[in-house]
Design a protein around this ligand. Structure first.
Ligand code: AMP
Length: 303
């Protein structure tokens, strides 16, 4: 209850971004070490999966040394698109924390704390948790990270509403928003095929997606993403990855989160990336779009 009442006081006061900035002082402290780059746009011409003519200006800074990079990024995209997979790979590559609000919610849910049963009901119906609760969980995570000396972040699953985006914008500058896109036919199958290692949290997929070319539309093949042997016996399925709940989550994305794409698009921060297939095919193209290189991937691909 104490958590709930503190949150509701904070978010009641945070009806405008400025009020939010004053209230979430811990969020501001955690988010402030990096300054933002300009949000101006330029023409983009690489053949790498991008469908936008806008190239966020921050991409020009990515070939700098890690310490000089701006990395305050957000991943957007429908449930099942692969935000967790690519955010976690980028997190490993850049040494920047990957913070998935869905993971924070699931941790809270598993903790049997005061919010646990309330969250279980909301999440298992595919609905969104209130802004109050989600911002409280995120603030605590950022605060804990700050105490450990973390800087920068790759957010996955936040913001999911325009109000969340406004609150975030009120306390820090997001450099880049990567909007992952995947053909609708593949999204449901990807969610239903998702498996999580109950021990390490690794994300895998048993679905083999093979969409045939039709009516001038190209086919698409996405190989399964199998777990390594040490995770194979520990796989679990998320309670909200059932067909009914995934369909509800997709509807909620359209209604509540699609406007967030517009919010960032109009600010010149949105990098739209059409996933051309599975991880093997998409990862190098995403890196190319981000002006990044992954030596380890290059070596394993060449082997
Ligand atoms: P995800 O793992 O991102 O699919 O999130 C799982 C569930 O956690 C969502 O269906 C929501 O119920 C909740 N959740 C995660 N992030 C947010 C957010 N930013 N706002 C509201 N609810 C969220």
């Amino acid at each position: 209850m104490a958590v709930l009442s503190r949150c509701s006081r904070a978010v009641t006061a945070a009806t405008t971004p400025n009020a939010a900035a004053a209230k979430f002082s811990y969020l501001i402290r955690a988010l402030s070490p990096f300054s933002s780059s300009s949000s101006s746009s330029s023409t983009f011409d690489a053949d790498n999966g991008l469908n936008s003519r806008i190239k966020p200006a921050v991409l020009g800074t990515l070939n700098r040394e890690p310490k000089d990079r701006n990395v305050q990024w957000v991943f957007l995209g429908c449930p099942g698109v692969g935000k967790g997979t690519y955010a976690s790979r980028l997190s490993d590559l850049l040494g920047i924390p990957h913070i998935a609000t869905g993971d924070l919610v699931r941790d809270e849910l598993a903790s049997s704390g005061p919010l646990s049963s309330q969250l279980k009901e909301i999440v298992n119906q595919g609905k969104l948790v209130s802004d109050e609760i989600i911002i409280d969980l995120l603030s605590k995570r950022l605060e804990a990270g700050e105490a450990k000396g973390e800087s920068g972040f790759i957010l996955d699953g936040f913001p999911r509403t325009v109000r969340q985006a406004e609150i975030l914008e009120g306390v820090t500058d997001i450099d880049l928003v990567i909007n992952l896109k995947l053909r609708e036919e593949a999204l449901l199958a990807k969610c239903l095929g998702r498996r999580i290692c109950s021990e390490c949290g690794g994300n895998y997929n048993v679905a083999c997606i093979d969409i045939k070319a039709e009516n001038g539309k190209p086919g698409m093949y996405m190989a399964p993403l199998p777990p390594p042997p040490q995770c194979a016996s520990k796989l679990i399925t998320r309670a909200d990855d059932t067909e009914e709940v995934v369909k509800q989550r997709l509807r909620i994305y359209q209604a509540m989160t699609l406007p967030v794409e517009d919010y960032y698009r109009s600010r010149g921060k949105l990098l739209e990336f059409d996933l051309p297939g599975g991880v093997r095919e998409s990862w190098p193209k995403l890196l190319h779009a981000l002006n990044l290189e992954d030596e380890e991937h290059k070596q394993s691909a060449a082997a």
